[in-house]
Design a protein around this ligand. Structure first.
Ligand code: ZN
Length: 508
């Protein structure tokens, strides 16, 4: 008993040491994207590579394996599967097994293949030359299939894609994703068609207004603070691709993007990152540096960002509250613009080619296309050479558009070139979870829109803290969803949200 008790403490202390190196490297990454002068690149790369080596050695340290064995034979540590100690042991074991199952040669091959693929992708995208990228992608897919075989299909068996997704969405199975995506796809294709044909089309009246960069940033900070982001424990800066990361507990760094004539876009991306940031800030300090102080999965992380970006920030109630603040902050810039105008401008649905510019409705179709194609690649049902054709066919089927070239088609995203297969669905899983969580919060708390109109965001944030943030990694995503909402993840809540809202905006 005594020895195992010690084993658990030693395990946690070793894990926290490793986590400290991780948070240092996250901080250096933030600095690189936000602050670092260009000439710092080489030394920063050296620093990060050095840290990555130290972290890897600590993850696969045999002593971790021994401590895990000792903890797992002690009922007082793992007897209650949802206790803090049992969850920490389970998750440290998961990370340890994933790392030691991969032969070091394969890890090296993957690193070099993805760095070549990334370079080839950048050229191919620029020159619209898929053939220049195809051999690198083929190599990468072959190595990823090998990786999946080494990992062994996730916790309870399963297919290759499941094993690859484990890194981003623990416990996620392709067959479960397919089961939720299929009804979603059918109804969204139908909804997009009805919106396009509607006799009423909302107009964009805010995105042409030119607004000073600093004024936008200071307004973004005001809004982030009002919805609950704690600036005593974080910062908001700018970068070309918005992200949220940080150093250790109590230091959450997020960024937003600002264009001079896209003020609402800066606000949406700020609310999105604030959702990520508030999740991070909502974990408990006593669990810092352990799985219980971490996040469930990328899908759950994304559910928090999408909830604040879409359910809150794209609601009319939010803009009824925000509009007077906007007039006050920007003076005459938005004179004559009403809450309803901004609301409609932010909720225009368009069939378009580029995922990152897609609206709340069509976005999910972009993701489903990528999921279906990457699944076919990993299953061996699709050859890399046939990817552009398959891509274009799906864009025609689901979105009704012709893809003029691969640069704006299957070469548009960086993910596959980095070897990130299993990543894309986490975006739509985030939308699905966010809708299901939000609906439940609305049932339990009363009329959330009435609260937003009064500027009350604390009630909703408190609910998210108690039901999601404070649990760290206690539950897997699917189980968390059942514990919080009483139901498995389904497409229903997201469909109710999208069909209800857009039906109203487009006067269907
Ligand atoms: Zn996000």
């Amino acid at each position: 008993m005594m020895a195992s008790g010690n084993a658990y403490e030693q395990l946690i202390s070793k894990h926290r040491e490793m986590n400290t190196l991780q948070t240092i490297s996250w901080g250096l990454n933030w600095d690189q994207d936000v602050m670092m002068p260009p000439k710092g690149l080489k030394s920063r790369a050296r620093e990060l590579e050095y840290l990555a080596g130290l972290i890897h050695d600590m993850v696969i340290d045999e002593e971790i394996g021994e401590l895990l064995d000792a903890c797992e034979s002690d009922e007082s540590v793992i007897g209650d599967r949802l206790s803090v100690s049992a969850v920490n042991v389970r998750e440290i074991r998961r990370g340890y097994d994933m790392a030691v199952k991969l032969p070091s040669q394969l890890v090296k091959d993957l690193t070099s293949a993805s760095s070549l693929a990334r370079a080839a992708w950048a050229d191919a995208k620029k020159n619209n030359d898929f053939k220049g990228f195809a051999p690198q992608l083929e190599k990468l897919v072959a190595l990823l299939r090998e990786k999946a075989d080494c990992l062994g299909g996730g916790e309870d068996g399963g297919e290759k894609w499941d094993a690859l997704a484990e890194e981003y969405e623990p416990g996620c199975k392709a067959r479960d994703v397919e089961a939720v995506f299929k009804p979603l796809r059918e109804r969204l294709v139908d909804l997009v068609g009805r919106l396009a044909e509607s006799s009423y089309q909302p107009k964009d009246v805010v995105n042409h207004v030119e607004v000073d960069f600093d004024q936008q940033l200071s307004f973004a900070k005001v809004i982030a603070g009002k919805i609950g982001f704690d600036f005593e424990g974080g910062r908001l800066d700018t970068s070309s691709h918005p992200f949220c990361s940080g150093f250790g507990y109590g230091d959450c760094r997020m960024t937003t993007r600002i264009h001079k004539n896209k003020m609402p876009d800066a606000l949406s991306s700020t609310m999105h990152e604030s959702g990520h940031g508030m999740y991070t800030q909502g974990t408990l300090e006593e669990h810092a540096g352990t799985p219980m102080g971490s996040y469930v999965s990328l899908g759950i992380h994304e559910s928090q960002s999408r909830l604040w970006e879409n359910q809150v920030g794209r609601s009319e109630a939010f803009w009824k509250w925000c509009m007077p603040l906007m007039h006050e902050h920007f003076g005459e810039k938005f004179a004559g613009v009403h809450a309803r105008d901004v609301y409609e401008s932010l909720n225009i649905v368009e069939r378009s080619l580029i995922r990152t510019q897609a609206d709340e409705v069509t976005y999910n179709l972009h993701i489903m296309i990528r999921f279906e194609l990457e699944l076919a690649l990993v299953r061996g049902d699709l050859n890399v050479a046939d990817l552009p054709g398959a891509w274009n066919e799906k864009y025609k089927d689901y979105l009704g558009i012709d893809v003029p070239d691969d640069g704006v088609g299957c070469l548009q995203d960086i993910h596959w070139s980095l070897g990130a297969i299993g990543y894309f669905p986490t975006y739509t899983l985030g939308n699905l979870y966010s809708a299901q969580f939000y609906e439940k919060a609305n049932q339990e708390l009363g009329d959330l829109h009435a609260m937003f109109e009064q500027g009350d965001f604390t009630t909703l944030l408190g609910w998210l803290r108690k039901n999601i943030h404070e649990h760290g990694m206690r539950y897997r995503a699917g189980e968390l969803c059942e514990v919080v909402t009483g139901e498995k993840l389904k497409a229903d809540a997201l469909l109710r949200h999208l069909e209800g809202k857009y039906g109203e905006v487009y006067k269907l």
